[in-house]
Design a protein around this ligand. Structure first.
Ligand SMILES: NC(=O)c1ccc[n+]([C@@H]2O[C@H](COP(=O)([O-])OP(=O)(O)OC[C@H]3O[C@@H](n4cnc5c(N)ncnc54)[C@H](OP(=O)(O)O)[C@@H]3O)[C@@H](O)[C@H]2O)c1
Length: 305
């Protein structure tokens, strides 16, 4: 089968190559999925799980990509809950990756049924950002109606999902990002927008929950805009920053069938809009992940036409 592989961490996305690889086999509780659409998150190439297995052994050449939508073609020994021919979407385990390929083996519990009226590209595009937003807001952030949320990178893949889900949950949402992203963030439902290039983050105060996707200095400065006892949620790695008397949580998402169901239901009834910036074929995937101009939104690989 055709697949994208990486072998050199220092090379980043420029080190991606399209090659032939053997088709994966289904292990216990796995399904094999014929991938129709696939997604990749830029941070993946910095995650240890892309390069080593759980025992810290080199697992290169690795096939990156965790996000997928496709059709089940085989079941592993003992696998229940999904059947051959079923449309599915979700995430593969980060230590396996493998979705930038024609076939991938995934634990069945990490996938959910994809309704027939939701396109594969849409399914692949909402899995990672949708789950990350859901878990950051509701599982880790314990968001309540009426609270204020500041969403960094609100026009980005994760930020646009955070913005929409927080609004739907009854929060007051301030989005942030670059000046060029103001209208896009407002269109996704942010009630206010703070341009991180020219506005002063410290002018904001009393926020109940900050959802950070940027990291570094932005994470540190964000702790100061949170009310005492409030919450800082970040997906950009561990941080020393902490709101006064409050909590700072950094987390890596996990797949969850029930949450995927909640997300796809919202997509179907129009409450959640996906944020796709570019769709490319597997043959063009390396170029698509090394764009010469800025792409706002997710790049999705349409593996099967
Ligand atoms: N921990 C987890 O579970 C988890 C899950 C998903 C994603 N992630 C990580 O979260 C990050 C965001 O993912 P994503 O898919 O949402 O990426 P994305 O689509 O690129 O969104 C990030 C947004 O933030 C903006 N931004 C970044 N730095 C900025 C700055 N200094 N000032 C103003 N705006 C800035 C980006 O604008 P530009 O495009 O112009 O830079 C973009 O609009 C990635 O690092 C990803 O690896 C972690």
């Amino acid at each position: 089968m055709k697949a994208i592989v990486v072998t050199d961490q220092a090379a980043g996305t420029a080190g991606m190559r399209l090659v032939e690889r053997p088709e994966p086999q289904a292990a216990i509780n796995d399904v094999v999925v014929q991938v129709h659409a696939s997604g990749f998150t830029s941070g993946e190439l910095t995650w240890p799980s892309t390069w080593t297995d759980r025992l810290d052994r080199d697992r290169t050449p690795s096939i990156p990509g965790q996000e997928l939508a496709g059709v089940v073609t085989a079941l592993g020994y003992g696998t229940t809950g999904l059947s051959v021919g079923q449309r599915v979407f979700g995430l593969s385990d980060s230590y396996r990756g493998g979705t930038l390929a024609e076939y991938v083996a995934v634990e069945a519990r990490n996938l959910a049924p994809l309704p027939g009226d939701v396109d594969f590209t849409v399914g692949a595009s909402v899995a990672m950002p949708g789950l990350t937003a859901w878990q950051g807001l509701f599982v880790h952030g314990r968001l309540q109606a009426g609270q204020s949320v500041l969403v960094h990178g609100a026009a980005g893949a994760v930020g646009s999902m955070v913005t929409q889900l927080a609004r739907e949950a009854g929060a007051y949402v301030t989005g942030t990002g670059r000046a060029a992203d103001r209208q896009k963030a407002l269109d996704f439902g942010a009630q206010e927008f703070l341009d991180l290039e020219t506005d002063v983050l410290e002018d904001v105060s009393g926020i109940d929950l900050v959802f950070d996707v940027i990291g570094g200095d932005i994470t540190k400065r964000s702790a100061g805009v949170i009310r005492p006892g409030g919450t800082l949620v970040t997906i950009a790695g561990p941080t020393e920053a902490r709101p006064a008397d409050g909590m700072a949580i950094d987390f890596v998402l996990v797949s969850d069938r029930a949450q995927l169901g909640e997300i796809v239901q919202r997509v179907r009834d129009g409450r959640l809009r996906t944020n796709i910036g570019n769709i490319a074929t597997l043959d063009d995937a390396v170029a698509a992940f090394n764009p010469t101009k800025r792409i706002s939104g997710k790049t999705i690989i349409r593996v099967r036409p």
